[in-house]
Design a protein around this ligand. Structure first.
Ligand code: BJW
Ligand code: ZN
Length: 321
């Protein structure tokens, strides 16, 4: 396992030994000056991503053929994925923020949008077509059919150990904020409270005319498109599609929390959709230690202080051990 000396300029003069960010190995070229960078030459080859993730995969393969005692020591090896520095920060932190994405629900069986699981397709339309503002305009009954189908699937799914770990964290820190891009309600099902839902909820409908929100469970779907209780207008799923505005105040609140957190986890998101992806950027710019949990690298990996390659449901519970 490599330890790479890295220097964060904003922690003036502080030289830290931490696991190398695998993305750094891929990008040995200079990054912008404020980025911390590897001060030790890359030891792995061009395909250097990533010794840790290779070890992870090997551990997973070996697990099945091990005796219980051997399995325990493999688990211990796995625990070392989390650096001592990060463990210390986690145990002392008073203000923590988590940004979650579809990958956090992948282990519950929810399809992701851009890989790492089954991608969503409806009647041969990719989600970018069926979940689009144009489709809401053009064929609202079809959009409802798609969301009704997804709700039906979701109703059979349960929160996984990532949702459960995050729900426990809210009582562990003085200040804890969960910001999610997910619309599935699984964080709340696991017990998370006051979740900032940036992209809405599949369990609510919104009026196209007066903007009133209604609980989906109260609606009647007689003619395919339910009607607003307040004004009789057409209801649509209360989710945010591309080019649509986020719910009023949601991003502003998340950004404010990001500015004050000291530890920011980014779990299970491809970090390509804005403004959600700017939350960890805001946290990092304000001095937070940013940690990514994802089996794949993302455009955010380079900005992170640590990248924990792996599944959220396996990695997040390790913080309490
Ligand atoms: C695991 C795992 C495991 C797998 N454990 N990990 C700035 C720059 C450029 C563009 C823009 C910008 N600002 C705004 C934009 C435009 C646009 C945008 O971002 N476009 C980019 C894609 C180019 N943004 C918007 O339009 C937003 N609105 C907005 O900005 O309003 C203001 C405005 C209005 C008008 C004009 C201009 C500005 C709205 C974005 C709404 C996103 N909506 C969706 C669909 C919801 C409905 C539905 O569900 O059908 O939300 S898109 C989809 O992507 C969904 C998600 O919430 C979102 C993010 O996806 P996420 O969560 O990251 O999932 P994936 O699938 O992408 O990634 C999963 C990850 O998990 C992978 O990395 C895996 O490796 C990993 N993984 N298993 C851990 N077990
Ligand atoms: Zn209405």
């Amino acid at each position: 396992m490599r330890a790479v000396a890295t220097k964060r300029p904003k922690e003036d003069g502080l030289l830290l030994f931490r696991r190398s960010n695998p993305h750094h190995n891929l990008l040995q070229k200079e990054r912008e000056p404020h980025c911390f960078r590897s001060s030790v030459a890359c030891l792995s080859g061009a395909n250097g991503y990533c010794i840790e993730s290779m070890i992870n995969r090997e551990i997973a393969t070996l697990q099945s053929s091990l005796l219980p005692s051997e399995f325990c020591s493999m688990k211990a090896a796995r625990k070392t994925l989390i650096s001592e520095e990060l463990r210390q920060r986690f145990s002392k932190a008073k203000n923590v923020l988590v940004l979650s994405g579809a990958g956090v629900s992948a282990e519950s069986g929810v399809p992701t949008f851009r890989g790492g699981g089954d991608s969503a397709v409806w009647k041969e339309m990719p989600f970018s077509v069926i979940s689009s503002a144009e489709m809401v305009e053009r064929d609202l009954p079809e959009v409802w059919e798609w969301f009704n189908y997804r709700r039906g699937v979701l109703a059979t799914l349960k929160p996984n150990s990532a949702h459960e770990a995050i729900a426990r964290w809210q009582d562990r820190f003085d200040h804890f904020t969960l910001v999610t891009q997910n619309i599935d309600g699984l964080h709340q099902a696991a017990g998370s409270r006051e979740v900032i839902e940036l992209h809405g909820s599949i369990w609510r409908a919104r009026c196209c005319d007066c903007d009133a929100r209604h609980n989906i469970r109260d609606l009647k779907f007689d003619n395919g498109v339910p009607a607003c209780f307040d004004c009789g207008g057409h209801l649509r799923p209360d989710v945010v599609l591309f080019g649509e505005m986020l719910p009023a105040g949601a991003f502003e609140l998340a950004a404010m929390k990001a500015e004050s957190c000291e530890l920011c986890f980014v779990a299970g998101t491809s970090a390509v959709v804005y403004p959600a992806a700017s939350i960890p950027e805001i946290a990092r710019a304000a001095g937070a230690y940013v940690v990514e949990v994802n089996p794949e690298l993302t455009p955010l990996s380079d900005l992170c202080d640590e990248v924990l390659p792996g599944k959220a449901g396996e990695i997040l519970p390790l913080f309490e051990k």
